[in-house]
Structures are given as structure tokens and as C-alpha cells.
Design a protein around this ligand. Structure first.
Ligand code: SF4
Length: 486
């Protein structure tokens, strides 16, 4: 997948959904469709749903947006009262339908489907090992490694039983390293798993006696399910005809002393109307904006957000600083994310297709522009120039996260370290590059203080270079990175 120059944002990874209502309803695929719709921001390349009627798994996966893939005819074929779904933006593996999830297979232990959000750091080694043993991979996705490990797992219980699924999942995940929030479906059970450090979110909901799993609470809201709680880091939940059981994923291993909840989910990836890691995303971003105003004050006439993701932090900045909030940029919502590929000439218009400056607001004004992050700096530069061209007399750029200096290996698509502007430029140099009068980033300590959270509960490797899980076989391991996790 190419990098979207017009957006210059880190790209979200994937979203997962699961519902168990066998015996209670027969339209699980419809709920999965709605759930995926509410998770569409987490991946727009491909989507899939696997449903079960208690006998068979019914599968449909394709490239594109959820609303385009799942026509009424397709949904009608996805029979049964339980389903899992997945939206994908490729983090590992090329953009192709064969990499679309959920993956579904038959093995000695029965039929199973899996949807994965995250990234396995030892997938390449495991893949080589499995291929040497005769496994034939049909995709380039790291998730297929989990499928093959399950297929090779020992049969401990009755094939197809929830007990067999749990033992297979444990055995498979015991070999993998990295970030994973997973949903599994068999004809007899739905299983949700979060890796021991809890990099990616996964929440549990309840809908009229049915259990629901989803990457974000927005999916629960849309189907009017009640938010129950997060699936805890290192927790495995089994949902079957007997109800829900919670177990430790690895009962024999000590829990890590540090968690790895992705702070960038709170900064940018998750929807602002989600409850993430037990906190409102909107409130978190708002608090970051308030803190940013304390750390980087500047006299100005207006605070304006870079829509949409900069809005909550801009409101917080405006409230804290007393400078009026205004909309100086208007976003078009009708531009597909993957539009900007063909040529440099067309790419040049990318930002203008998405954003336009309001001359009537900006003319002659000193403005604080609030955005959530700067990745390569190319888009920020175009935005600042656009605001100046609309007549602003001063442009002060404020970023509601620390400088993004390191790539992510835990499920977020990032450019190389060299391409991240903050890895090679200090703040003054970045301000010069983006042509802002001043630039201010939220500090790492200020980010945690703003929300009253401990740093030990989060991953912030893309800011700090302190990686929580090593990635042994990667040739592109950036020099200078530290591994601090347990
Ligand atoms: S490196 Fe950054 S984007 Fe990746 S999991 Fe950690 S905080 Fe999230």
C-alpha cells in the first residue's frame, strides 16, 4: 500500500468485530456489517465477514469499503446467529483480496476463522519455519502464520469443541510475539484475545443477551449494544452456548510489568466518540489540547483545527488559552483515501482536494493551527501555505502529540525512520520547513500528565524510541532504538 501523501498521517491498521447470538437471532451478518461500518476508519482496503449457523462457516471477503462489499444478496448468504468481521488496511502483506480477513480454515481440530488487528514481529521467522515443515501460505499476511500454527496444534479435546479451539489458540499464540487483538469463530464458539501488553484495543459489549466483541465502542453504539468493559491485556474470553468465560491467555506466564496500550490510538486513530482503554477519546484529545496551550502559549486572534482529527485538541487549546475557536479550514469528506497515486502533478492537488481555507475567517488574522501529529511534514507545509495564501498574518502550528521520530512495529503503518521529519530535524528546523511562524509539540510527560495516566501503561515508542517488544529478524531495525519491555 502506498503512503497517502495528501494526508501525511500514520495509517490505521485494522478493526475487528464479533457477535454471538446462536439460538437467539439469525442475522449475525447484519450486525457484523453495521459493526464494521462503525470501524471503517480503521481500514478501507478490504473487509470480510464469516458467519456460522452452528454447522458451517460462511465466508465473504473482498476489496473495498464495507458498504460496497456487503450487498443485500451477500449478507443473505452469510447465514446464522454468530459472526466475526474485519476491516483491513495492510500493515503486513500487500494490498490484495487474498490478504483480506477473516481467514477461515479446516484443520484436524475443526473449522475456524480468525480476524486480527495488530502486527506480529516474529512472523517472518515463523513463516520460514512453517514453510520448511510443508505449510503452504496463500497470502502474505502475518495473520496466516497464526492460522498455520493452529492447524499444526495438537488435538486435545473433541474436534470442533470450544475446548479444542482454546487449546489450539493458546498453543499458536505461545509461539508468536507482537501486537494482537484477535477474534476467532467456530461453529460452536466465539473467542476474543488480547496480547499480554494490550497494544491494540478490544472491547466487550452486550446486546439483548448476546455478547459482542469490537475494536472500538463505536461499533457497540451503532448496534445499540451496551459497553461492558475492555478485554484485558492477556485475557482470553470464550463465548458459547453456556455463556461467557474469561481466562488468562497464558496462565503459566507472569504478566508483563509494563503495558503497551497504543497512545497513538488516543491521539489519532480511534474515533473521538469511542471509549478507548476505559477513557473517552474526545476527552483525552481535549485534555491534550489544554495542556498544549499551557506548554506553548502564543498571542493570536483564533485557534483553528486541522479537521477532523485536530478538532477536540483545538477546542481544548482555545478553552485553556481564552483565544476564540474558529473554523479556518473546511474538509471535503468525498475524497477517497487512496486517490492520490497517479503522478506528482496530480498529487500536488491532494491537500487542496481535502482541505480548503476560509478567507473570510483568516484574512489579516494571527492564527494558532492545531493538528494531532506531523509525520513527514509535507502536508503541514501545504496547510500552512494555504492558510497564509488565504490572508493570515501569522501562523502558529501546535501539535497535540510529541514529535513522531520512530517507526511502529506493532500494527501501525509508518514510513521509514528517515522519512519521519522529526527524526532528522529539530523543532526550529521543522517550523522553518513547514513555514510556520512558531511550532510547539506536546511534551511526552505533559501528554501523560494531561490525562492523569502512568507512562508504564502505554506504548509510546514512535515518540520515545523505547520499544516494548524487540523485533529480532528485521533488517530495518533503526539504530539507536531501545527495548525496555519485559
Ligand atoms: S509505536 Fe506508536 S503507533 Fe506503534 S503501538 Fe506504540 S504508540 Fe502505537
Amino acid at each position: 500500500m502506498g503512503y497517502d501523501e495528501a494526508d501525511d498521517k500514520l495509517k490505521d491498521e485494522c478493526g475487528v468485530f464479533g457477535i454471538w447470538g446462536l439460538g437467539q437471532q439469525e442475522e449475525a451478518a447484519n450486525f457484523a456489517y453495521l459493526g464494521l461500518h462503525a470501524l471503517q476508519h480503521r481500514g478501507q482496503e478490504a473487509a470480510g465477514i464469516v458467519s456460522t449457523d452452528g454447522e458451517t462457516l460462511h465466508v465473504h471477503r473482498d476489496m473495498g469499503h464495507v458498504a460496497d462489499i456487503f450487498t443485500a444478496e451477500v449478507i443473505a448468504r452469510l447465514k446464522g446467529g454468530a459472526a466475526i468481521g474485519h476491516v483491513r488496511y495492510s500493515t503486513t502483506g500487500a494490498s490484495h483480496v487474498k490478504n483480506a480477513q477473516p481467514f477461515a480454515v479446516e484443520y484436524a481440530g475443526g473449522a475456524v476463522a480468525v480476524g486480527h488487528n495488530g502486527n506480529l514481529v516474529n512472523a517472518d521467522e515463523l513463516r520460514s519455519e512453517l514453510e520448511a515443515l510443508g505449510s503452504i501460505f496463500t497470502s502474505s499476511s502475518d495473520t496466516e502464520v497464526i492460522v498455520h500454527l493452529i492447524a499444526r496444534s495438537k488435538v486435545h479435546a473433541a474436534p470442533g469443541s470450544p475446548g479444542q479451539l482454546v487449546s489450539s489458540v493458546r498453543e499458536a499464540l505461545g509461539r508468536v510475539s507482537g501486537a494482537y487483538s484477535l477474534v476467532f469463530l467456530t461453529p460452536t464458539a466465539l473467542v476474543g484475545v488480547r496480547d499480554p501488553m494490550g497494544f491494540r484495543p478490544l472491547v466487550l459489549g452486550r446486546l439483548k443477551g448476546q455478547w459482542v466483541l469490537a475494536s472500538e465502542t463505536t461499533a457497540l453504539d451503532l448496534i445499540e449494544a451496551e459497553y461492558v468493559r475492555e478485554v484485558e491485556p492477556g485475557e482470553l474470553v470464550v463465548i458459547d452456548r453456556d455463556g461467557l468465560r474469561s481466562e488468562r491467555l497464558f496462565p503459566d506466564r507472569a504478566q508483563p510489568t509494563r503495558l503497551g496500550r497504543c497512545i497513538f490510538e488516543a491521539i489519532y486513530f480511534a474515533r473521538p466518540d469511542s471509549v478507548l482503554f476505559g477513557r473517552s477519546v474526545y476527552e483525552t484529545r481535549h485534555a491534550f489540547g489544554r495542556r498544549l496551550a499551557i506548554e506553548h502559549p502564543v498571542p493570536a486572534d483564533y485557534v483553528i483545527p486541522v479537521p477532523d482529527s485536530g478538532v477536540p485538541a483545538a477546542i481544548g487549546y482555545a478553552e485553556q488559552s481564552g483565544i476564540p475557536f474558529n473554523m479556518g479550514l473546511v474538509r471535503s469528506h468525498y475524497v477517497g483515501r487512496t486517490f492520490i497515486e497517479p503522478s506528482q502533478q496530480i498529487r500536488h492537488f491532494g491537500v487542496k482536494l481535502k482541505l480548503n481555507a476560509l478567507k473570510s475567517v483568516l484574512k489579516g488574522k494571527r492564527v494558532v493551527v492545531v493538528d494531532d501529529s506531523i509525520v513527514r511534514g509535507t502536508t503541514s507545509r501545504k496547510i500552512v501555505k494555504m492558510i497564509r495564501a488565504a490572508g493570515a498574518s501569522e501562523v502558529h502550528l501546535r501539535i497535540s502529540s510529541p514529535p513522531t521520530s520512530w517507526p511502529c512495529y506493532y500494527g501501525i503503518d509508518t514510513p521509514t525512520r528517515q522519512e519521519l521529519i522529526a527524526s532528522t530535524h529539530d523543532e526550529l528546523q521543522i517550523a522553518t520547513y513547514v513555514t510556520a511562524d512558531t511550532l510547539g509539540y506536546l511534551s511526552l510527560s505533559g501528554m501523560y500528565e494531561a490525562i492523569g495516566e502512568k507512562r508504564e501503561s502505554y506504548c509510546d515508542a514512535c515518540f520515545s524510541g523505547e520499544y516494548l517488544i524487540d523485533f529480532p529478524a528485521r533488517s530495518a531495525v533503526p539504530r539507536g532504538r531501545r527495548v525496555v519491555g519485559t
